[in-house]
Design a protein around this ligand. Structure first.
Ligand code: GDP
Ligand code: MN
Length: 438
């Protein structure tokens, strides 16, 4: 999970119903939170080089490229490409790299050069450094890999995307003859330059649709049918890999008369993991917070925030409500951890371990509603975790629902300094008070 501005606000305009209703994409409504949008990694997102490999395997035209982990490898790759010009691109999941800045001081996550030696020098200032773009957190995202590709001259940059659109109940092509730039800006200033083509998923993309889009994108003469062919291949790839979004910006043309995908962003439907094993195996989680990966191992969802009260909850709605009520009572959540349904005692223990690993945490609020969850399991997990982890911070527990009497007994008889709360309001007040006392 990476907390960043919406990565596809433009595309979301075509999807009036939120595409992602999972816990992590909620914009918290509290005033102190307004600027923070939590964007989930619910949909697998691959690096550009991985997406381009899929594209080229499926007949879509991309530039020749190599991938490098070190500056030396990048230099070797640049020599091996033996190209007139080379483009070096930092590989991070966020867009806007071209205009990004590294904490090494280097400006721009995309560089063109004719000299392979320069590729080595530039790569040295990219790999291992953070690249900050409009779409990353302020501190940027660490670059572990660079793509070294044959640069091609671009005579025109257009925009093309294919996405699952709820309002259309299926796939839609979105394109603009004004690509390369921020598509959000085009949509705002020249909405007439955004073209849509709804596709019937059962019939597939029609030739006439691909040609109409190619024409709307401004491709003329033989380039028109070439672009239509590329659009058709991109659509077929979209379907084949269970993508939720394929975005190519720029979808460009060269002076030599070739239509080329210069950039690539593909998101995949996580529900299709069972039949897209090869693709999901490519997921490198290096851009996740380590704690999120650790939480995911135990089927827990962790979201880091910047206050001092850890929240241990089950369900997205309860998580939001818990954060809100902490705010209302003058506190600030440090994080929240969502336990989900069918809980095991060991998960509760792991959850506590994760929550307390954050040094910002000065109190823990447990707010569990036992519907599917059995409160006694939670209570046993809590007491075990408190003992084994030698919990040092105040713990306020509000349990309600299935088997809650048994759970209360377990907590009361534990001899541990656990503060019980009768309801959510009471729990929030007690948690905030326990922090304020310090
Ligand atoms: P983004 O900034 O993260 O979207 O990265 P892109 O891959 O889209 O690259 C940014 C910009 O660099 C593009 O919009 C192009 O204008 C330019 N660019 C990328 N590859 C090439 C290339 O091979 N040749 C030329 N001439 N420009 C390129
Ligand atoms: Mn781009």
């Amino acid at each position: 999970m990476v907390i960043r501005e919406s990565q596809c606000s433009f595309l979301k305009m075509f999807c009036p119903v939120p595409q992602d209703e999972s816990i992590s994409s909620c914009t918290l409504q509290n005033p102190s939170f307004q600027a923070v949008q939590l964007t989930s990694r619910r949909w697998l997102n691959l690096q550009e080089y991985q997406s381009k490999k899929l594209m080229s395997d499926n007949g879509v035209r991309v530039q020749r490229f190599f991938v490098a982990d070190t500056a030396n490898e990048a230099l070797e790759a640049a020599k091996r490409l033996n190209a007139k010009e080379i483009v070096l691109k930092a590989q991070i999941l966020a867009g806007g790299r071209g205009k990004g800045v590294f904490n090494s001081g280097l400006k721009g996550g995309v560089h063109l050069t004719k000299d392979p030696n320069i590729v080595g020098q530039l790569a040295k200032q990219m790999i291992g450094y953070n690249l900050a773009t409009k779409q990353t957190p302020k501190e940027g995202v660490k670059v572990n890999k660079v793509m070294v590709a044959e640069a091609l001259d671009i005579s025109r940059e257009t925009y093309l995307a294919i996405l699952m659109d709820r309002s259309c109940n299926g796939p839609v092509l979105v394109g603009s003859p004004q690509g390369g730039v921020d598509i959000e800006e085009v949509a705002a200033s020249n909405p007439e330059l955004i073209f849509k083509e709804q596709i019937d998923i059962f019939e597939g993309i029609k030739d006439s649709q691909a040609h109409r889009m190619a024409e709307n994108l401004g491709f003329v003469g033989p380039l028109k049918s070439q672009a239509a062919d590329q659009i058709t291949k991109l659509y077929n790839l979209f379907l084949k890999v269970d993508a939720t979004q394929v975005e190519v910006n720029p979808f460009g043309e060269t002076p030599e008369g070739q239509v080329v995908c210069f950039d690539a962003k593909i998101n995949f439907d996580d529900n299709a993991e069972f039949r897209q094993k090869d693709i999901f195996a490519m997921d490198d989680k290096s851009e996740n917070e380590p704690i999120e990966n650790e939480a995911a191992k135990y089927d827990l969802k962790y979201i880091g925030l910047d206050g001092n009260i850890a929240c241990f909850v089950n369900g997205a709605g309860l998580a939001m409500a818990t954060c809100d009520i902490i705010f209302l009572n003058g506190g600030k959540p440090a994080n929240f951890l969502d336990l989900g349904g069918g809980v095991k005692e060991a998960q509760v223990y792991q959850a506590f371990k994760l929550l307390t690993a954050d040094p910002k945490v000065e109190a823990i609020l447990v707010n569990i509603f036992g519907g599917i969850v059995n409160c006694a399991i939670i209570a046993n997990g809590i007491t075990k975790a408190c003992r084994e982890l030698e919990l040092k911070v105040p713990l306020v527990v509000r349990l309600e629902g299935t088997n809650v009497q048994e759970a209360q007994k377990i907590l009361n008889n534990s001899g541990l300094p656990i503060t019980s709360a009768v309801d959510l309001e009471d729990a929030a007040k007690k948690a905030v008070a326990s922090v304020a006392k310090k």
